[in-house]
Design a protein around this ligand. Structure first.
Ligand SMILES: NC(=O)c1ccc[n+]([C@@H]2O[C@H](COP(=O)([O-])OP(=O)(O)OC[C@H]3O[C@@H](n4cnc5c(N)ncnc54)[C@H](O)[C@@H]3O)[C@@H](O)[C@H]2O)c1
Ligand SMILES: [Zn+2]
Length: 678
């Protein structure tokens, strides 16, 4: 044996071993470790090597065999007609070569018609109906012997247990694909995540893993669907069936079987290529995942003339789409800070062509996701990019982990501003506590600070803030108060008049309330009403800043999580520096008086009705309660007053009948202001 062929032999053996392992993972375990594209490349290499060395072809080569062995846990079903695979075309040229092979073999150049079908990415199933009743369902298995999955298939809602119509054969085998819709897959995965259960990498794995369950009750909870794509055995054999594949599909549909709505027929290879382009364009919008399209010679007579090779019919071919999953290496992980301070780990990848573009970054979401994937820097990872969705890392090829691989370390300081990163036990997301000083969060925080319900700085809109930050004139809210006329005039659409007007409103805004100031700081989950409660409870900024988590939880409506956010905010020196700078700039508010003795509404019951325009009902209720009122749900003789907003109805009528005092929203606001709670 020459050196050359002995090395080919070794190469062939190595490829076969690898492919056998991948087949086992994919067909038997429903848990592939490499993307289909990688599998297809190795298979292509094997086929080419075998073609160059035909003496080395053996019947047990993966290139000659279909699928994988059936699981012994299931009863076995021997297929009366083998369930085969399909040949692949990876580009237009090989599709046209397929058409040419057909013409050559048929010794005719007559135009061929094709049934064109989306290649659903699920698994092949054979359904046997006797006298219209579903009596058996089986997987493809190794093509000869499959698994009996009748109980599981009975739980798939779009598979009829009984066929309808008067053309039903006495015995008929209907073949098609069991798959999961994209929406069903998303739903299943979020349910699995919530239950800390296995998350599926893609709809194909989810469908296969769900169908081949030993407990049909589990299958029943999985959103599986079925589409028909061919017939197997039909009896009696004398039965007249339509002469084309596409007409047969329509007949099967008339019996109540579901048929993919995107099937069409095409004229010649050229028509097939047009169909391919059409489906490729609509791929994203389709409700199910596909990995290509299938072309089948439509004439049954011609199919019979053409026949089969070892593992596939000669009259059909699958033209694959560009892969949506690829394999590459994780080079490093960077941490990005979002507008709300959320820290997102981003995978830096060796560039790889996937989903039609070159991808070099993918999101890793958060620490929980990193733990779930068990991914390390240096690992080979499977990347999925479907449509416009940001690329995801779906799995790790742990068998190829290099010795140098190391854990991903989550930073404890913000990579942008160096503030502490907090991660609450019940939240997946880690956040930068830098708030006001973190450049990543700056624009967002500044816009909030200037907004109407916060510092209410007239004329300081979002666009202007963008400009001020981009021109590096403003970094923290305290910088607003250092702006001068000449800096402002340099900006777009800012004349002297508007600039001096803005300086005027900045000056005016310095007179505020403690509640508004606390709200303006943008502490996480501290909304208007929480800020108000804080102000009323602690009465001074110093007291709020010094309060610990326990003291903060004494404030009405403040729970453990919010208390932690507040406490962490004021433990961060960057934040306290800004608070001091703001006070130094002249921001001030009236002192909140210690109520002497009883609260003004102590012992009074009131009711709120209708809609308020300047605050929410919950907010109004909170403020009234702070002044000692009891806020009830319905008007009675014990009601002291009713606050009636817009479109007040029966409660207002009843109050008027009972002679209860009625306040308008303006009355309410005047009262609240008088008592410093608005
Ligand atoms: N990632 C891995 O480790 C791994 C391992 C094994 C196989 N695979 C993938 O599986 C492919 C080989 O699988 P295969 O042998 O099942 O062949 P195939 O998937 O290329 O084609 C045959 C199958 O297509 C399906 N199909 C969908 N729509 C159809 C339609 N309208 N008409 C007919 N069939 C339709 C059927 O299930 C049928 O069995 C590989 O190319 C690879 O993509 C991946
Ligand atoms: Zn930061």
């Amino acid at each position: 044996m020459s050196k050359q062929s002995s090395s080919s032999e070794q190469q062939i053996e190595h490829l076969r071993d690898t492919l056998r392992q991948y087949n086992h993972e994919y067909y038997v375990l429903d848990a592939p470790t490499v993307p289909d594209a990688e599998y297809d490349r190795l298979m292509q290499q094997l086929i080419e090597l075998e073609q160059a060395n035909p003496s080395l072809i053996t019947p047990d080569s993966p290139s000659q065999k279909v699928g994988g062995a059936p699981l012994s846990a299931f009863e076995q079903v021997t297929h009366e007609v083998p369930m085969l695979s399909l040949d692949n075309a990876f580009d237009d040229a090989s599709l046209l070569a397929f058409e040419k092979r057909l013409h050559d073999r048929l010794k005719s150049n007559e135009i061929l018609y094709f049934s064109c079908e989306p290649k659903l990415d699920g698994l092949a199933v054979s359904l046997l109906y006797e006298n219209g009743q579903l009596v058996q369902a089986a997987t493809r298995g190794d093509g000869q012997v499959g698994e009996n999955i009748t109980q599981n298939v009975r739980t798939i809602t779009n598979i009829p247990h009984r066929l309808k119509g008067d053309t039903i054969p006495q015995r008929v085998e209907i073949r098609g694909e069991v798959f999961m819709s994209k929406a069903g897959f998303e739903k299943l995965n979020s349910r699995q995540k919530a239950n800390n259960a296995k998350v599926f990498a893609n709809p194909r794995n989810a469908a296969a893993g769900s169908l081949r369950q030993l407990d049909p009750k589990i299958t029943a909870r999985r959103p599986l669907m079925f589409y028909t794509y061919s017939l197997g055995v039909v009896a009696p054999a004398s039965l007249e069936l339509p002469k084309t594949h596409s007409e047969r599909l329509n007949l099967v549909q008339s019996w109540g079987m579901p048929l993919c709505p995107d099937i069409a027929t095409a004229k010649g290879g050229q028509g097939c290529l047009e169909y391919y382009q059409h489906i490729l364009r609509t791929r994203e919008a389709l409700p199910y995942d596909i990995d290509g399209v299938v072309f089948k010679v439509d004439s049954i007579a011609l199919q019979q003339t053409l026949g089969f090779v070892a593992k596939a019919p000669r009259w059909a071919i699958a033209q694959k789409f560009p892969a949506q999953e690829e394999i590459t290496r994780l080079i490093s992980v960077e941490f990005q800070v979002g507008r709300t301070g959320a820290i997102t780990p981003v995978a830096r990848l060796e560039p790889v062509f996937v989903g039609g573009v070159t991808v070099s970054n993918a999101t890793l979401h958060n620490q929980d996701e990193i733990n779930r994937l068990g991914v390390k820097v240096g690992d080979k990872v499977v990347i999925r990019r479907a449509g416009d969705v940001i690329p995801q890392v779906v799995s790790v090829v742990t068998s190829e982990r290099p010795e140098t691989a190391h854990d991903i370390e989550f930073p404890s300081q913000c990579p942008v501003c160096d503030s502490h990163i907090e991660k609450l036990a019940d939240e997946a997301v880690a956040r930068c506590t830098g708030g006001l000083i973190c450049a990543a969060q700056r624009k967002q925080a500044l816009k909030h600070f200037a907004s109407r319900k916060a510092m209410d700085i007239d004329g300081l809109g979002d666009k202007l803030i963008d400009q001020l930050v981009d021109a590096e004139l403003v970094k923290s809210p305290a910088d607003f108060f250092d702006l001068n006329i000449s800096e402002l005039i340099g900006l777009e659409r800012m004349a002297e008049k508007s600039a001096s007007k803005l300086l005027g409103s900045l000056q005016d805004s310095k007179q505020t309330t403690l509640a508004k100031f606390l709200y303006a700081l943008g502490i996480r989950e501290v909304g208007e009403s929480t800020a108000n409660n804080l102000a009323l409870h602690f009465k001074s900024l110093e007291a709020v800043m010094q309060a610990d988590v326990t003291a903060l939880q004494e404030v009405s409506d403040i729970g453990h999580v919010v208390a932690q956010h507040i406490s962490l905010f004021f433990r961060e020196p960057h934040n306290t520096e800004i608070v001091e700078a703001l006070l130094a700039a002249g921001i001030h508010w009236p002192e909140i008086e210690q109520p002497s003795g009883a609260l003004p509404l102590e012992g009074q019951t009131c009711v709120l009705t209708g809609s308020l325009s300047q605050m929410s009902r919950t907010d109004a209720k909170g403020r009234l309660q702070q002044l000692g009122a009891k806020v009830a749900g319905s008007v009675s003789a014990n009601t002291q007053f009713l606050v009636a907003g817009d479109k007040a109805g029966s409660k207002l009528t009843k109050a008027q009948d009972l002679g209860v005092t009625v306040w308008s929203e303006d009355d309410l606001i005047a009262f609240l202001q008088q008592h410093n709670v608005y």
